[in-house]
Design a protein around this ligand. Structure first.
Ligand SMILES: [Ca+2]
Length: 429
């Protein structure tokens, strides 16, 4: 893999942001009142969004008038440093919350689900609690993607590097559980692995999205200096099965194939039965941290690992150097791309393209460090090839990004500004 080329491309295109906003008749406005460090969001219907604040509030915000209503009944959270109420997702009337749980001896990333009744979350139950309790206030993850009756969720390493290559801990992993918290029968069955773990070796992933055509789960994660990366959550034997090629089955070069059903997962030999998520398969991959990394130590500038690629570890498909501190990600769908995909059937609300056709098929990624929204452009093989800056500083640290589903805001881009006086923003034209 030509990572040096990727890195150069990233550096070069970062200088081109000036061609972004000015050329488009685009507005960015805050929706309603300021919010305190909003962290995650999900459309409840076509004009209503659920938003979390890290300090523990869950809000239902009406996009039409900006009115925010607090939803009570959320779990108590460990609201310290990077911990708190983090991501939110919904499906079939259930609301899922990922958060830093307050436990004896510290905290761990956990997931609750419940049902909204009026302005209250009721029938709430904890369906997952990470098995790594720590007193650290760092690296909780946590993003969720619901698909195919399952939850993919990201957990960070809690600032403890040894967690990265320890498959027995849920920390530093992408987990996969059923909607009730039970473990899917076809999760990786590997020696020493926690049953929920789907992939391991992740430092602190705070972005996750499902490719609207392939159904593959994409994540990004904070590396140390110069080591932020985008990963496709693939089967462990992906490279061998695919001749070391970079194609995750995203498509076969055609713009309109139904890659979700017949590409990737079923020809990789890893999983011939029931691989609903193309390019994901049965998991089991090791994404390297800290044994394999592009990153450098903050203090000394020395490389964390002498290896940026090794057999047996899954390479990232994109590396940011310098680091951008990525958070939140969303694919801007192709026209019609979000509606003909069998693997998306688990999602309540599918985003719709149209408002920003120049973004179609590409990936939107927030940056905390540079206060930017990036467009990571995918090539004909469906892999990141270039990037440009869409928003540069106007709304502060960008924590999460979403694309509005069909309805009055179809194709608009929703953003969370993670500031003390942050908020929900809508970008549209
Ligand atoms: Ca990695």
């Amino acid at each position: 893999m030509a990572f040096r080329t990727f890195i150069r491309a990233a550096l070069f295109s970062a200088a081109l942001f000036a061609s972004g906003m000015a050329a488009m008749a685009t507005t960015i406005e805050r929706v309603g009142s300021a919010l305190s460090h909003p962290w995650g969001m999900e459309f409840l219907d076509h004009d209503t969004v659920l938003v979390t604040e890290r300090n523990g509030r869950l809000l239902r915000i009406d996009l039409a008038d900006g009115k925010a209503t607090q939803i009570t009944g959320v779990p108590r959270v460990y609201a310290r440093r990077q911990g708190g109420l983090l991501d939110v997702a919904t499906i079939d009337g259930h609301v899922y919350l990922c958060y830093a749980a307050l436990l004896d001896g510290g905290s761990a990333t956990a997931i609750d689900r419940g049902v909204i009744d009026g302005n209250r979350l009721v029938r709430r139950q904890t369906i997952f609690t990470g098995n790594e309790t720590s007193r650290s206030g760092h690296h909780f993850g946590c993003r969720m993607q619901l698909t195919g009756g399952m939850i993919y969720a990201s957990l960070g390493d809690r600032g403890e590097r040894a967690n990265g290559q320890n498959p027995a801990t849920n920390a530093a992993s992408i987990i996969r559980i059923n909607l009730d918290g039970s473990v899917p029968a076809d999760n990786p069955s590997l020696p020493g692995w926690a049953p929920e773990n789907f992939t391991i070796g992740h430092r602190n992933p705070q972005g996750m999205a499902m490719h609207p055509r392939t159904g593959a789960i994409w994540t990004h994660e904070h590396g140390p200096r110069g080591g932020d990366e985008i990963n496709i959550i693939r089967p462990a034997d992906y490279e061998r099965a695919n001749d070391g090629g970079a194609n995750d089955g995203a498509n076969d070069g055609g713009a309109n194939d139904d890659g979700a059903n017949d590409d990737g997962a079923n020809d990789d030999g890893a999983n011939d039965d029931g691989a609903k998520d193309a390019g994901t398969g049965n998991g089991g991959g090791n994404y390297g941290w800290p044994a394999v990394s592009h990153g450098r130590e903050y203090a000394t500038g020395r490389r964390v690992s002498p290896h940026d690629s090794l057999p047996g570890y899954v390479d990232p498909v994109w590396v940011w150097d310098p680091s951008i501190a990525p958070s939140g990600m969303a694919f801007y769908p192709d026209a019609g791309g979000g509606t003909d995909n069998g693997t998306s059937s688990g999602s309540d609300m599918l985003p719709e393209a149209g408002m920003f056709p120049e973004f179609a098929g590409h990936l939107l990624v927030g940056s905390l460090k540079f206060r930017r929204l990036y467009l990571v452009e995918l090539d004909e093989d469906g892999l990141p090839a270039s990037e440009r800056v869409i928003i540069d500083g106007q709304i502060g640290r960008i924590r999460d990004v979403a694309v509005a589903p069909p309805g009055p805001f179809a194709g608009a881009i929703l953003l969370l500004s993670d500031e003390a006086q942050g908020g929900l923003y809508i970008m549209r034209r």
